[in-house]
Design a protein around this ligand. Structure first.
Ligand code: OSB
Ligand code: MG
Length: 368
């Protein structure tokens, strides 16, 4: 495929409900979309960076810069036999995985259309329905949190994840367990603790969580290994894993018994499949994380979640949990069993709604 036109655009989409983590509250997403035209087809990708450099150093602004000044010129006008060929070329840039993923994933979309395969099948997906969980942010009160959980459990979601931080942890988890003793429950700290909190973290074992996600430093592997030796609850790493080598080291050190795979954080489908393969070879379960994506990023997450190693419910949930109106048709819906059907039609399986995308666009740049 020969990329003959690449479009970057930034859209603004208000969330239906604020999303709060240990590093702050988001009410509106700023999302950079990448649209690539090649061989008469169009493919879409999404930059999953947050608005602030708190989850990772990437932001929509850094991604725009890296795409405009490096990744787009390296990709345009060249003949690529397969989407996975850009990953080794992009490796010269250190980091900036979310910028890389947006462009690489748009090429996967085109390759899938070209081969007449669904994106899920092209990346190696094996199932046609994926299990789903939800990620529930920090709320204004425990009562509101319990209400939200009740609503998501009733909707059928197979696993509930709650965000925690010091001061919003033991009490909240105790209330959840008192009201919902048997639900599959996990907690995500987004690096809000250190080993000084060892006793507090160990006390979480009594809540029988499926796992605790990224309790310690965002770039740490060593302290997590120490913590895992001291606690029964499995640790799942998110922020610390930027590719297959990180996954291998985390598993070897005993830092992570489960791994959260995010397309943006690892740099696209090529790297995500490598993480998957490393984990699968070592019997380490993986699941697909979320970054409050629009329908385009969500469609990519659905395809990734259909790989055989994704045995745990991911943070891939219905469009309506995030948006009054998603930017794809149809929107993503979740069945009463807490599953999403993996599209079987060629490409993404969801059509970007150009009119809604246009309406949400605040800037655009085209490269030919
Ligand atoms: O840590 O998994 C995380 C959202 C933004 C940044 C980091 C995280 C999250 C989520 C939301 O947990 C998952 C979703 O998209 O619903
Ligand atoms: Mg996380």
């Amino acid at each position: 495929m020969k990329a003959k036109r690449i479009e970057l655009r930034e859209i603004h989409l208000p969330l239906v409900h604020f999303f709060e983590t240990s590093f702050g509250r988001t009410t509106e997403r700023r999302i950079v979309l990448v649209r690539v035209e090649a061989d008469g087809l169009a493919g879409w990708g999404e930059v999953t960076a947050g608005e602030t450099p708190f989850y990772s150093y990437e932001t929509p602004e850094t991604a725009w810069h890296i795409l405009r000044d490096f990744l787009v010129p390296w990709t345009l006008g060249r003949e690529w036999a397969r989407a996975c060929e850009v990953a080794p070329r992009f490796r010269a840039i250190r980091g900036h995985n979310m910028a890389k993923a947006a462009l690489e994933n748009a090429l996967w979309d085109i390759e899938a259309q070209q081969r007449g395969l669904s994106l899920g099948k092209l990346v190696g997906g094996a199932i046609d329905e994926i299990p789903c969980g939800v990620s529930i942010g920090i709320q204004n009160s425990v009562e509101e949190l319990l209400e939200k959980i009740e609503c998501e459990v009733a909707a059928g979601y197979q696993r509930i994840k709650v965000k925690i931080k010091p001061g919003w942890d033991v009490e909240a988890l105790a209330h959840i367990r008192a009201k919902f003793p048997r639900i599959a429950l996990m907690a995500d700290a987004n690096s809000a603790y250190t080993l000084d909190d060892l006793e507090r973290l160990k006390s979480f074992d009594r809540f029988h969580l499926m796992m605790i996600e990224q309790p310690l430093g965002w770039d740490d592997l060593v302290d997590h290994a120490r913590l895992q030796r001291e606690m029964l609850t499995p640790i799942c790493l998110d922020e610390s894993i930027h590719g297959a080598e990180d996954a291998r080291k985390a598993i070897e050190l005993g830092s992570s018994k489960i791994i959260n795979v995010k397309l943006g954080r690892v740099g696209g489908f090529t790297a995500a499949r490598q993480v998957h393969d490393v984990c699968r070879a070592r019997n380490v379960p993986v699941w697909c994380g979320g970054m409050l994506e629009s329908g385009i990023g969500r469609a990519h997450n659905i395809a990734l979640s259909s790989l055989p190693g994704f045995t745990l419910p991911g943070d891939v949930s219905a469009s309506r949990r995030y948006w009054a109106e998603d930017i794809i048709d149809p929107e993503v819906v979740v069945s009463p069993r807490g599953t999403i059907r993996v599209p079987q039609t060629p490409g993404l399986g969801f059509a970007p709604n150009i009119e809604r995308i246009e309406r949400a666009t605040v800037r655009m740049e085209t490269f030919e």
